[in-house]
Design a protein around this ligand. Structure first.
Ligand code: NAD
Length: 374
């Protein structure tokens, strides 16, 4: 197993450091190599995604990524901004499937913006198509309108498009994930369920999406398929989120719904993600950014990155057993009352990045979880 480690900017190096310590604590046989990415790479080598970093990512079985971005680089031309690194990696590695679990850990139920009775036991997997849709469709641009409501005035336009193979491959990812979750115990003995979110009532692109989902579903009779319009899905996510199991949708709708689902769980510092190609190679990262406001202070929550390492073991490195060990260790430290400031509440132990990493390592190696009180 070869893992490319790309810590990036801001809190990236601090949180990735803890995730790497956790991986070492599992005593797995893996090789790893670290490279610069984002603003750190721009400063050292003049580009946010240097050739050597891309080559390392291409050669690796999986990539563990921190975060990129820093306010001091916001004035750079777009192609040189740190955030371009992540877009470049997705494009060059063909990472078309973005998996974001939204899991509400029992001890953190109070942190959710919804009532505890709505989110207790919440466990959704949002699958967002990542390389198509209106974000990449051509043509796009600005021009003088020839027709429409105001001919002769400036207008801007983008193109929403999906091809059949693009929809087929993301549909397979969703049905297979639902099948795996059901096999692992999923929704209390129920069949795996895929909710396909679209806007087939208005958009041609999403009528094709729905037609293809129905066709691919024929190969997965053990999984339930339901269709939901995106406006209704946005509403149901806050009304009865536990009705969902796996949600699959396009790039634009997935961008919005996955953030909405993240908020249901309370903290941005807890949520991991995976971006996969068609051969289980993937890039694993927390859903949050580089948090420049707290970088270097030792207070960032490393758990989203540690849980991203668990997803890496499960989806790319075929070590579900090791992934389970990490996830159980995280549950144990939360149950022991340890909290970084972003998830702290009265009566729990406030700890820093390093102490949280120490605690997860201790839980994995069977040692007593330290209970540092600040
Ligand atoms: P952010 O996610 O970095 O931070 C939002 C808020 O959440 C901040 O208050 C931050 O302190 C807090 N936060 C984030 N992660 C945390 C953690 N692990 N522990 C505790 N608190 C945490 O979003 P932002 O402030 O909008 O963006 C900052 C930079 O990150 C920007 O340059 C942005 O472009 C970049 N960004 C990068 C990625 C990525 O690398 N994939 C994703 C999103 C944003």
């Amino acid at each position: 197993m070869k893992i490319a480690i790309l810590p990036g900017d801001g809190i990236g190096p601090e949180i990735v450091h803890e995730a790497v310590r956790v991986l070492h604590a599992l005593e797995l046989a893996f090789e790893s190599e670290t490279a610069l990415v984002g603003g750190a790479a721009y400063e050292a080598q003049g580009h946010p995604l240097p050739g050597a970093t891309l080559a390392l990512a291409q050669a690796a079985d999986a990539i563990l990524f921190g975060a990129v971005g820093d306010w001091k680089h916001d004035q750079l031309e777009r192609a040189l901004r740190p955030e371009q690194a992540i877009l470049g990696l997705r494009k060059h590695l063909g990472l078309f499937a973005n998996l974001r679990p939204a899991l509400c850990h029992a001890p953190l139920v109070q942190a959710s913006s919804l009532k505890p009775e709505l989110v207790t036991g919440l466990d959704i997997l949002i699958i967002r198509e990542l390389t198509g849709d209106i974000y990449f469709g051509q043509p796009r641009g600005r021009r003088t309108a020839l027709d429409g409501h105001f001919p002769g005035t400036e207008e801007a336009f983008d193109t929403m498009r999906y091809s059949r193979p693009e929809i087929e491959r993301i549909a397979h990812v969703a049905f297979q994930a639902a099948r795996k979750r059901a096999a692992a115990g999923g929704r209390a003995g129920a069949r795996g369920k895929v909710t396909s979110v679209d806007k087939a009532n208005v958009l041609e692109t999403f009528q094709l999406w729905r037609d293809v989902l129905v066709e691919v579903h024929a190969q997965y009779p053990d999984v339930e398929l339901e269709h939901m319009y995106v406006d209704n899905a946005a509403m149901q996510l806050v009304r009865a989120p536990r009705k969902f199991d796996v949600v699959v949708t396009g790039n634009l709708f997935g961008d919005i719904l996955s953030d909405e689902a993240a908020m249901l769980t309370g903290s941005i510092g807890m949520l991991p993600s995976a971006s996969l190609d068609g051969n289980s190679k993937g890039l694993y990262e927390p859903i949050h950014g580089s948090a420049p406001d707290i970088a270097g202070k030792g207070v960032a929550n490393p758990l989203a990155t540690i849980l991203s390492a668990a997803m890496m073991l499960r989806y790319s490195l075929d070590r579900a057993d090791a992934a389970d060990r990490i996830e159980s260790a995280v549950q144990a430290v939360l149950a022991a009352g340890l909290r970084t400031p972003d998830i702290w509440s009265e009566g729990t132990n406030k700890v820093g990045t390093r102490e949280m990493g120490d605690a997860v390592v201790a839980a994995i190696t069977g040692k007593t979880i330290p209970s540092t009180r600040r």
